[in-house]
Write a protein that binds this ligand. Structure first.
Ligand SMILES: *Cc1c(COP(=O)(O)O)cnc(C)c1O
Length: 392
């Protein structure tokens, strides 16, 4: 942003367009350069030993990484932001930055599967006790607090099953005992939810999804509140965390069109779901932006938009063979993990053994859809023919 606009509170679309760019520092070019660098030279030994230079060494950042970090800091209303080499790496770094041996961390039962895998396989070895909680607890999470509880991890909506969480209530309770609050905000992106304004200290994004937006880069981001920023910055520095500038540049490039892409993802999703909900064989639709969704009121209160990721259950009695046949019959929807790119995707939802506190119905056949930027009428035709071919 130009310095003379710093006292004006611009709307998020304007922020996304201008943030993190300083054209006059780079001969007027609109975008920052992709700086490939390890060594940074100093003009004299005095500058070197006093460290009075913006950049010191490639690992500690360069104009490309700073540009994206600055953009995220502004969009999330944060004290600062760090990049990570994947969304999962951002989650791991954020959690490790705020727990130590003897601590207890509370993690939503509906957190992204690999988050649970990290917590279950890495944290106990460092003496950190992991406990999962019902994402619907809200303020009731207090009953699980212990003197050694130092971190509370949230994710809304929940992975695969799309439960919303009362993040402000959880964050307020956690702050009363001095715990650090974390949120995986990948679904809404920083455009449609700013977790720090809900009381979150560490807001995490799988930048791989909507920020990059083109299914071609792995990236993670962590934005930090004033309370924890210095600690996060020091921790990521100590860990030697660094993301390659070409990938960061693609993150920056994706960010500039985040708003127009998300608007279309959202519109297409509403169009497809509006059709899907009335089809024979279809049970519950899982998408908090729908009025019929149990999390709708919270979504309306805390989020300003919705993205293209949703799920639906087949009616009870649908067999796994039928669900798999439906997935195999799709032509425009690719079968692939991840999401957030321009294209539509589908996966079977398999919860067996994934949850330890809530009780998902393991006999229910469900499908997660990512609604891409195709014409929604073509997506509907594709879903229609697949349903007709597969449901008996
Ligand atoms: C994909 C995803 C992640 C992990 O991101 P990667 O970049 O794939 O490591 C974390 N959280 C959520 C909600 C995700 O969908």
């Amino acid at each position: 942003m130009n310095n003379n606009s710093s006292d004006v509170q611009n709307k998020i679309d304007t922020v996304v367009t201008h943030t993190g760019r300083h054209p006059q520092e780079f001969h007027g070019f609109v975008n920052p350069p992709v700086v490939h660098a390890s060594t940074v030279l100093y003009p004299d030994v005095e500058t070197m030993v006093t460290g009075k230079q913006t950049y010191s060494y490639g690992r500690r950042g360069n104009p490309t990484t700073n540009s994206l970090e600055e953009a995220l800091t502004e969009m999330e209303g944060a004290a600062g932001a760090k990049l990570a080499n994947s969304g999962l790496n951002a989650i791991a770094l954020a959690i490790l930055s705020c727990v130590k041996s003897g601590d207890h961390i509370l993690i939503a039962d509906t957190a992204y599967g690999p988050t649970r895998h990290f917590a279950d396989t890495v944290l106990p070895g460092y003496g950190v006790e992991v406990e999962y909680y019902d994402p619907g607890l809200g303020d009731g999470i207090r009953s699980l607090f212990r003197p050694e509880t130092t971190a509370v991890f949230t994710e809304a909506p929940g992975s695969l099953t799309f439960e919303m969480q009362d993040v402000p209530a959880i964050a307020a309770a956690a702050h009363e005992i001095g715990a650090t609050t974390l949120m995986d905000n990948t679904w809404a992106s920083p455009l449609y939810c700013q977790p720090l304004s809900l009381g979150i200290d560490l807001s995490i994004q799988a930048g791989t999804k909507y920020i990059v937006g083109h299914s071609d880069v792995m990236l993670g981001t962590i934005a930090a509140s004033e309370r924890v920023w210095e600690n996060l910055d020091a921790f990521c520095g100590a860990m030697g965390s660094h993301v390659a500038p070409d990938d960061v540049y693609l993150g920056l490039r994706g960010l500039r069109t985040l708003s127009v892409r998300l608007e279309r993802h959202e519109r297409n999703t509403f169009t497809v779901l509006d059709w899907l909900k009335d089809q024979p064989g279809i049970g519950r639709i899982r998408y908090p932006a729908l009025e019929s969704d149990p999390g709708h009121q919270i979504w309306k209160r805390d989020f300003t938009g919705s993205s293209g990721l949703c799920a639906f259950d087949f009616e009870k009695g649908t067999t796994r063979e039928e669900a798999y046949s439906f997935l195999n019959s799709l032509n425009l929807f690719g079968l692939g993990f991840s999401w957030g790119g321009f294209e539509s995707l589908a996966i079977p939802v398999r919860l067996k053994g994934m949850r330890t506190v809530t009780q998902p119905d393991n006999d229910l056949q469900s499908v997660r859809l990512h609604i891409g930027l195709e014409d929604p009428e073509d997506l509907i035709k594709d879903l229609d023919q697949a349903l007709k071919q597969s449901l008996k």
